[in-house]
Design a protein around this ligand. Structure first.
Ligand code: AMP
Length: 115
């Protein structure tokens, strides 16, 4: 078993984090460095997928569950419109290699594409 990622440690209560939604397979937290009025991270409970490419190849139902959670959060916390970003690879800015979707909503413009 690989070392726990920072997101697994938040899920397990080992380090602080604000869990704002949870389903059987997915949880969501508030990003510690928000880039939009609403900036959440939707994360599978499993850390077996390092990025969205691995997730899409391995479990499309889990990926769909992440999108559904993202949509529900944007509807609850903003106007329902949202941007979903999966940084993939260090060159894209990915720093945590436990797949996660950035959900950005509210006050978006073309300059806030990055996570
Ligand atoms: P990425 O750069 O796509 O891998 O995204 C990782 C995200 O995790 C960044 O936007 C960070 O701000 C966020 N992050 C890192 N540590 C924490 C934490 N302890 N709680 C909440 N968000 C975090």
């Amino acid at each position: 078993m690989s070392e726990s990622t920072i997101f697994t440690r938040i899920l397990q209560g080992e380090i602080p984090g604000e869990i704002v939604a949870e389903t059987d397979n997915v949880f969501a937290i508030r990003d510690i460095a928000p880039k939009a009025p609403v900036h959440l991270l939707v994360i599978p409970k499993t850390q077996e997928y390092r990025n969205v490419v691995e997730l899409a190849a391995g479990d499309t139902a889990l990926m769909a569950e992440m999108v559904e959670v993202a949509q529900n959060l944007a509807a609850e916390r903003s106007d329902g419109d949202f941007r979903l970003i999966f940084n993939t690879g260090a060159g894209s800015g990915q720093t945590v290699f436990h797949v996660h979707a950035h959900v950005l909503s509210g006050g978006l413009d073309e300059t806030s594409l990055g996570g």
